[in-house]
Every structure is written in C-alpha cells, then in structure tokens.
Design a binder for this molecule. Sequence first.
Ligand SMILES: [Zn+2]
Ligand SMILES: [Zn+2]
Length: 304
Amino acid sequence: MDETGTPEPERLDHETSSGDAPVTEFATGAFELVTVEPRVAILDALATYQAENPREPTLGFTELRERAAIEDSGNFSYHLEKLKPACIKRTDEGYSLTWSGRSLVGVLRAGVGARTTRGPVTLDATCGICGTELTASYEDRLLSVTCANGHRFPTDDLPPNAVSGRPIDEVITIQTRRTRHHLDLVREGVCPACFATVELEYEVLNSPRAAHILIATCGDCGRVSSSTIGSYLLTEPVVVAFYHDHGVDLTETPFWAVELTIADPTVHSEEPLRLSLSVERDGERLTLFVDEHARLLDSDRTTE
Ligand SMILES: [Zn+2]
Ligand SMILES: [Zn+2]
C-alpha cells in the first residue's frame, strides 16, 4: 500500500537460473495478498476446511465461495485467481492450500494484529545475577522476564496465539524452546524471521552490568536481536551433555536458571578475538573457548 491506501501494482519478481540454484517467482506481492479482505476470507475458509478434513482438504468452487461468504461469484473468482498459484492450487477435485498458503494462514492465525497483553506476573524464580524475584509480562508480541534491578532475560517475539489461554509457565517453556532455536539460526547467520542473512557484531556492554553480547542485524527485514555469548552456546552438544550429567534438561530449563547465559567471558586475545566461558556444577567445571561469533573452538571438563 502507498500513502493513499491504493494497492501496489502487481509485482512480478523473476529469479531464474539453471541447475540447483533457486527460482523465485511471486505472481502477487505478499502484502497485497493479505491486505485484500476477500483473499483472507478464502484462505481462512480453506484452512478451516482442511483442519476439519485433513485427508481430503479440497473444496469445489461453489462450496468454497459459500464458506468464504462472498456473494458475488465474479468478485470471488477474481480474488481466487489472484491467490493462484502461490497460495492455492487447483486440481480436478477443486481448490486447496499450497504450503505457502498454509504458512500464510499460520502467520495470520498466530495472531497478527491481535493486541494481547499479559502480566506482569511474579514467577516462582529468582534472578541469577542479583537474587531478586522475577516477573514476566507480555506486550506487543514480546514476552519479557525481568527482575527489580532491571536485569533482563531473553526477550523474544512470541505470537499472541502462543500466549492466549495458556498458563504463564507453559508460555515460558514455549518461549525458551523458540528462543534457543532462534539463537541457533542467528549464530549460523540466518534470520529467524525472514531467513535472509544476518550480520553478527560483538560488543561489550557496561550497563546494567558488564556483558559480552552478539548483536544480530538482518539486512532484509530489519530484525535486530542481541544476546549474551553464553546464550548462543546452549545447543552445543558438549553443553547439553554437561548439564544433562548434572540433572538439568536444557531443552526446557528457562534461561535464567542456566548460569552459562550470564557467564562473564575471559578475553584471551583481541585479534583474533578469543574468549572463554566457564560454568560449574557439583564440583565439575565446563570451560568453552569461542571466537567473535560465539562459535565453539574447544571445550574442557575438569573436576576440582
Ligand atoms: Zn537481577
Ligand atoms: Zn530478516
């Protein structure tokens, strides 16, 4: 949409090549697809039908029009054509969603535009840095967990549908799993929102406490995130194994209960940057050696 509210002209992006190189073709711009109400109604009707009939998700023309509640057959047909072939495919039996169509419906149903807020809720947990109570609150798609002294634990985007109707501890478990996955992608240079390339930048913060962080910026969708070096290491097999051996399941333990996320690195060299982080459990120490992008170079387990 431009400033007058007029839909943008249809966009045709072609990126064709031979071999295994990607081929991209958008018959209709993604924003236009979801800003025209009849199209959302058609996608929604097909998704509802598919949820009821997962093995036979195909609807005929008239039934789809009725389910989408569009009276004018010409108008319905026009918008249906616009959704093909990206979001809807047609077979002899009728119409059904493509994977792109399902993905778009998933994004919409996860709560685009919903103004869900929650909390602040006091958690049965304390800040690993200062020991004060932690509280969780949800607003503008962000779930934040902070203590009274302003120490923040990973704040990440979470769709409203993940938050509605679930107890806060379940929401936090979803957030924990999702954030770990996001950090894993980001460290590999992939944006978890749009899957373009992210730039990683190492920085040392001094407030509210000294922290070594990696800032990830997506040059495509503009997503910016920053996390401590230790947070990026939670999916490393040696880290998962160390915690497992000491009775901690990292797949579901919130970030504030894992000391590695707040471990203060030791700088061994500046050029190239080489850091080490250590954590201790039951008299055993795990030391991790990493580079400027939190890539694990070496590790060591020692018993005191
Ligand atoms: Zn604190
Ligand atoms: Zn992006």
